[in-house]
Design a protein. Structure first.
Length: 241
């Protein structure tokens, strides 16, 4: 059993790399903070908004611990923003392959669909895309997409059989796609066809008209047995909030 340390942290007290790693990242919320920071630096408010259910005091404690372990650092963005943000260090970025592996493993437990208490968070999908991206399906595709999902803006860049995702406006995108998170979920889990989503007005595309079909086709999200599409009536806007 892990025991508490004098700093109110718990340790397995084993000279084992896995146990020591879990001492550092095994606390509740830590890996979800890493998940969101994999998409780029975040203000404290951004982290609070993206982690419903976490208390502000608990978030502050987790961020302090992660700084002490060298997973994250606080920096100030250059003008005109000048905001204080948290970002992953090289040590924190080193968790990216493990995060993808955990996501692929955990996907099997999503097959029944979301629980009544579940919240769909847009950022989680753009981290998941890294683990489900299919280089074979992408082939020689080179494209940059901007996705606007519930007021958040993401860049997805595909090229040379690789994918990068980040939370930011895209540079010279081939297409800009606007949708809500329920529609993104339905597309990624193959609950709705891209053409159907477009015809229903659930997605707006500016730029390459075939972008949505191509975009969805390069990701290997499994077809989720028992999951159903639950569209939400919203008025889409092509401008980020």
């Amino acid at each position: 059993m892990a025991r508490s340390t004098k700093r109110n942290r718990r340790s397995y007290d084993q000279f084992c790399a896995m146990a020591r790693g879990l001492d550092i990242i095994g606390e509740r919320w830590t890996l979800l903070i890493v998940r969101d920071l994999l998409l780029g630096p975040k203000r404290y408010k951004d982290l609070v908004d993206g982690l419903p259910g976490i208390g502000t005091n608990l978030l502050a404690d987790r961020l302090k611990e992660m700084e002490e372990y060298g997973l994250i650092e606080r920096v100030t963005l250059p003008p005109p923003s000048g905001s204080a943000v948290y970002q992953l260090t090289a040590v924190g970025e080193g968790l990216a392959p493990a995060m993808s592996a955990i996501g692929r493993w955990g996907a099997q437990f999503l097959r029944g669909g979301p629980k009544k208490t579940d919240t769909m968070m847009p950022r989680s999908y753009f981290v998941a895309m890294r683990g489900t991206f299919s280089p074979e399906a992408a082939g020689k595709l080179r494209a940059t997409y901007e996705l606007r999902v519930d007021g958040l803006v993401f860049e997805v860049r595909i090229g040379d059989g690789r994918i990068t995702t980040r939370e930011a406006q895209a540079s010279n995108p081939d297409a800009v796609m606007t949708m809500d998170v329920e529609t993104l979920n339905a597309l990624m889990f193959r609950l709705i066809a891209p053409a159907t989503a477009l015809e229903a007005g659930r997605v707006q595309v500016s730029g390459n008209p075939t972008a949505l079909e191509t975009f969805v086709g390069v990701f290997g999200f499994h077809t989720a047995a028992g999951m159903v599409d639950r569209p939400v009536s919203r008025r889409l806007s092509s401008s980020p909030a």
